[in-house]
Structures are given as C-alpha cells and as structure tokens.
Write a protein that binds this ligand. Structure first.
Ligand code: APR
Length: 229
C-alpha cells in the first residue's frame, strides 16, 4: 500500500463553520496573537488566554466534521494514511481518521502550566477549563496547544512521516507558520505533491506542487476521482 500523508490547516475545518486565522474576518483580525496565544500572554493574563481557548473548545464541540474530513478518512480503504494537522480541533478523528498527529496540540486536552508539561495530557470534560483546575503537581491546567514562541514537540515525528510519503496532500493552510510550513520541503524525491486551497496563489507555493484551487471538500473529491481512486 502506498503511503499518503495529509498536512492540514484551518481551511480543512472552514466548511464545518470554524473560521480560519488569516483569511479576511479570520481569528487574528478579532484577537491579538500576543494577548491570547503566547507564553507571555499566559503570564500577563491567564484568564484571558483560558477564556479564548474555552470559546474555541466550545465551538469545536458544537460543529461536525465536513465532507473533506470524511474523504480523508476514506483514503484509509486504499492507502496507508497519516494525517499531520496544525488544527487543534478533533474533526479528523471524529470523521474516522485513525493516525492523526496534532502538531499544534489538541484543544480537547489540557496540560500542566508548570514544568514537565509534555508528560501528561488530561481530557477536558465539556468546554470550560477553569483556573482552579490543577494538575497533580498543583499548577493550573492550560490548554494543550502550542503557542507562538514555543517549540513544537511533534515536529521530528512529523518530519519522519513526510520523509516516507509517496503522496503528500497539503490542504487548507496558508503555509505562513514555521516550522510546520517547512514540512512541504521535506518529501522524498519521488513523492507526488498536491496543494488544495481556494485562496493560495500559485506563485506562493513550491514549483513542484500541483495546485488544486478548490475548497477542501471539492478539492478532495476531485483528487480522489481524478488521481487516487
Ligand atoms: N477549503 C480549503 N482551504 C480553505 C478554505 C476551504 N473552504 N477556506 C480557506 N482556506 C484556506 C485559505 O486560503 C488559507 O490558505 O485555508 C488557509 C488558512 O490559512 P490560515 O488561516 O493561516 O491557517 P493555518 O495555515 O492553519 O495556520 C497555521 O497558525 O495561527 C496559527 O497555530 C495556528 O495552526 C495555526 C497556524
């Protein structure tokens, strides 16, 4: 079986009703990154950060996977599939994908805000994490997400998966955020490479990628009907 790797971003969840970050009207127009998504933000105003991610978690619990998530899960009937997602939602898993690596964490989980953060992840019941919710060492729990300025612990594992890819499908990401965006350059030479995105410009993507300028669901449908199945 051929190895397919999916590298997904916010655009794959857009059709589920979750807004992306950098499109017009996106989340980073409504919030300042430095006030809600950095270690300094947590130091200065942890309640504001907690509330921001509680709202994200609440919305994620209210929405459903869309056709793109389901088509990606369906690839497993013919291929060995690994999904590397920058998304903190769990919509790939809820659609049935079985190998999902969360590069930027998973909002359904919390971790300690003290030392040894990557040792244990705690499932969050419902959507609201409170500052009084503590890890066993007594530190407040924070969302299990990677903030700007933090290292990306799953990066090495992601690079290993990309290095084994026969086919890489990059879907719904502006490729603006590193180190994740660097993964598109780490494929083996014979890998077939596609980008599905209705908004990205051909000149902004590496020249050896085939651009499918469609929404995540239509792009996946096109790729499966015309190329993969
Ligand atoms: N289908 C597919 N792609 C879409 C759709 C859609 N329906 N709608 C928008 N897009 C595309 C946009 O054209 C854009 O290229 O999705 C991309 C979204 O880009 P960003 O908002 O920058 O999201 P992403 O690339 O996932 O951001 C990376 O930045 O803020 C951090 O940690 C956060 O994981 C996130 C990272």
């Amino acid at each position: 079986m051929k190895n397919i790797v999916i590298l997904s971003g916010a655009g794959v969840s857009a059709e589920s009703g979750i807004s992306t970050f950098r499109d017009s009207g996106g989340l980073w127009e409504q919030y300042k990154i430095e006030e809600v998504a950095t270690p300094e933000a947590w130091e200065n105003n942890p309640q504001k950060v907690q509330t921001f991610y509680n709202l994200r978690r609440k919305q994620i619990l209210e929405v459903k996977p869309n056709e793109a998530h389901f088509l990606i899960a369906k690839l497993e009937s013919r291929f060995h599939v690994n999904v590397i997602t920058q998304n903190i939602d769990d919509l790939h898993e809820r659609a049935g994908s079985t190998n999902v690596l969360h590069l930027h964490g998973n909002i359904r989980y919390a971790k300690s805000s003290g030392p040894n953060q990557e040792v244990n992840y705690y499932p969050v019941e419902g959507w609201g994490l409170k500052m009084s919710d503590l890890c066993p060492d007594g530190y407040p729990l924070r969302p299990h997400v990677v903030w700007f300025g933090e290292s990306v612990p799953m990066m090495d594992k992601a690079a290993e998966l990309i290095a084994e890819a026969d086919i890489l499908i990059v879907i719904g990401t502006s490729l603006q955020v590193y180190p994740a965006a660097g993964l598109v350059y780490m494929t083996p030479r014979q890998c077939q490479k596609f980008i599905i995105d209705p908004g990205i410009n051909e000149r902004d993507i590496p020249s050896d990628y085939t651009l499918i300028k469609k929404s995540a669901s239509l792009g996946m449908k096109h790729l499966m009907e015309q190329v993969l199945f």
